[in-house]
Design a protein around this ligand. Structure first.
Ligand code: NDP
Ligand code: MG
Length: 377
């Protein structure tokens, strides 16, 4: 029986991953959360991991008491998260929210483990370091993000990356598609959390509304597939049926289609190179609405342009973009700033923090700290 260590098990991806794991009949070695003790306790009772981790210290203390009648070991903080990343398991699936996933991902790759990565912030902040670590230790890094999984699927059988002309990332356009900047100034948290096609955690749902999510995904694709910015384009596809495409040098375009259901890319990252039946809903082509494509509107959605700008600068610029965006989205969710303040705070941080090229892990962590301070001030 294969086993998994699942970081961020109480989140949207984490819960769907457990459905996939149940259907595959895999065992669970470790589960982690931040502070959702109720759900983590229920998951521990059902999946019986060796280890459970709450990032939050008080939550971990509560969990320890709740699980006192079980064999589950309970840890807290980054130390606990790192332990979960290196505990014996066939795959580590990182589905935590934010840059906090970076160190556990590096720890798992250093052991040569297969990492199924949902946590895109890790690749945005430290993509070159993460890819180099995977290569140095012969570890497999497989995408869970639906667009990157689609590209990965379209690249199966491609023996020479030089044959790839361009990757085409699809974007739903989010709840504010077609709106102007002036209209978006007044958008509330509940407006931003109404995604047309996907049900996801709050941070990525806001990122989809600003289109920062697509900007982060452009950087994620550059790092995963080691292609320059010019070879990655974005197209608005409102229906979220085509999950992304690869254009080859002979002008053939391959696409992956499916219902918008994250359980499919989660499962593929676990079972690759094999495919197995799973819980993702089938797609009935005859029930599909028209499939439409449009150019993205970078004028009214400045986050996409900011992300491309950071990608063009390189080095720690993408960590600065990400750190500032995490803070800005957090402030929007708590009502401290307006929706269009998100790109303003990100731009401010990008102007304030000087990028460092070919950064070490310490440079990246320092850039993240500086960016957070600049965006929060
Ligand atoms: P959620 O907010 O639903 O879940 C986040 C998970 O991470 C929860 O288990 C949460 O614990 C935990 N967590 C939050 N903050 C911390 C922290 N500081 N330290 C440790 N653990 C923490 O997010 P999603 O599942 O939506 O997204 C997870 C990742 O996957 C993100 O990087 C996102 O961009 C990416 N992704 C998500 C998709 C989706 O469909 N949801 C699609 C593609 C990518 P707790 O419950 O206790 O707060
Ligand atoms: Mg995505």
């Amino acid at each position: 029986m294969k086993t998994i260590s699942l970081l961020g098990s109480t989140g949207s991806i984490g819960r769907q991953s457990l459905e996939v794991i149940s259907s595959l009949g895999w065992g669970v070695a470790a589960l982690t959360a931040n502070r959702n003790v109720e759900l983590l306790e229920a998951q521990c009772r059902r999946y019986r991991p060796r280890l459970a981790v709450c990032m939050d210290l008080a939550a971990a203390e509560t969990l320890k008491i709740k699980l006192a009648d079980t064999e589950v070991r309970v840890l807290s903080g980054m130390e606990g998260l790192l332990e979960a990343a290196v505990t014996e398991a066939d795959v580590v699936l990182t589905a935590v929210m934010g840059m906090v996933g970076l160190r556990p991902t590096l720890a798992a790759l250093t052991l040569g483990r297969r990492v199924a990565l949902a946590n895109k912030e890790t690749l945005v902040c430290a993509g070159e370091l993460v890819m180099a670590t995977a290569k140095a230790h012969g570890a497999q890094l497989l995408p869970v993000d639906s667009e990157h999984s689609a590209i990965f699927q379209c690249l199966q059988g491609c023996r020479d990356r030089g044959e790839v002309k361009r990757l085409i990332l699809t974007a739903s356009g989010g709840p504010f598609f077609g709106r102007t900047r002036a209209e978006m100034e007044a958008m509330t948290v509940s407006d931003a959390l109404k995604h047309p096609n996907w049900s996801m955690g709050a941070k990525i749902t806001v990122d989809s509304a600003t289109m920062m999510n697509k900007g982060l995904e452009v950087i994620e694709a550059m790092r995963l597939y080691e292609l320059p910015l010019e070879k990655i384009s974005v197209v608005i596809h409102r229906e979220s049926i085509i999950h992304s495409l690869v254009e080859y040098c002979d002008n053939a375009i391959l696409a992956q289609l499916g219902t918008p259901d994250m359980r499919l890319p989660i499962q593929y990252a676990l079972t690759w190179p094999e495919r197995t039946p799973g819980p993702a809903a089938p797609l009935d082509l005859l029930c599909c609405k028209d499939l439409t494509f449009r150019a993205p509107d970078e004028e009214n959605f400045p986050c996409l342009a900011l992300a491309k700008g950071a990608a063009a600068i390189g080095g720690t610029a993408t960590a600065v973009l990400n750190g500032a965006n995490e803070v800005a989205v957090g402030k929007f969710l708590t009502g401290e700033v307006g929706f269009m303040d998100i790109p303003r705070l990100v731009e401010r941080a990008m102007n304030a923090v000087r990028p460092v090229q070919a950064p070490s892990l310490d440079d990246i962590l320092a850039a993240d700290t500086e960016a957070r301070a600049a965006a929060a001030s």
